[in-house]
Write a protein of this length. Structure first.
Length: 121
């Protein structure tokens, strides 16, 4: 179910989104906050001029609401990342201690050497 807010912006179960796409305003906010040019953002997400201007207009007209929802999304993303990082910690540790698969020893040795050269070991 979606609620049409403007010709360009709808509210879906994912939050504020661009009508006819699965792109959320929050994805664009990441780029806008990183000071990427709007032309780059438009190309990155394959948006039309009308869609991009509609998004910018909506953000300008509702800055507090958009920022509040954006911060909520960031908190949810961080909580999800922390959950999965903790959940996978033991498994990833066990995997890192496994010996190389048969036939890949030379590749692993080369990778280990290169990582050491880069100071990543």
């Amino acid at each position: 179910m979606q609620e049409v807010l403007t010709q360009t912006i709808v509210r879906t179960e994912r939050g504020l989104s661009i009508a006819g796409t699965r792109i959320t305003i929050y994805q664009l906010m990441d780029c806008l906050k990183a000071n990427r040019p709007t032309s780059v953002i438009k190309d990155l997400f394959r948006l039309t001029d009308e869609q991009m201007s509609g998004v910018l207009e909506y953000i300008a007209q509702h800055p507090e609401q958009v920022e509040e929802e954006y911060q909520e999304v960031l908190l949810q993303a961080e909580a999800s990342r922390a959950y999965w990082e903790e959940r996978n910690r033991e498994r990833l540790l066990a995997i890192s201690k496994l010996p190389p698969s048969p036939g890949t020893e030379a590749l692993h040795a080369k990778l280990k050497k290169r990582m050491s050269e880069l100071g990543m070991s």
